[in-house]
Design a protein around this ligand. Structure first.
Ligand SMILES: [Zn+2]
Length: 77
């Protein structure tokens, strides 16, 4: 699996992110300001949770959103 290139189409829900390595773009997605999957702001809707995790602060869930053209139930296919 190719994964881990910031700023591309990486879905932030795909794995737990290291909070020390989260980029500003990823932060906007974690906060639900942008689509968790593609970064669009059009037609945002609830799409479950993304997670950050590290040894110090533990695992933290973020209620994220996706835009109108991305699947919200990406795990359920
Ligand atoms: Zn999207």
């Amino acid at each position: 699996m190719a994964q881990g290139i910031p700023g591309t189409s990486a879905d932030i829900r795909a794995k737990a992110l290291d909070p020390l390595k989260v980029t500003p773009a990823q932060t906007a997605r974690l906060r639900g300001q942008e689509c968790a999957r593609c970064g669009s702001r059009n037609g945002l809707r609830d799409a479950g949770y993304a997670y950050t995790a590290c040894k110090r602060s533990g695992r933290l869930g973020w209620a994220v959103k996706v835009c109108g053209s991305c699947p919200s139930n990406w795990r359920g296919r």
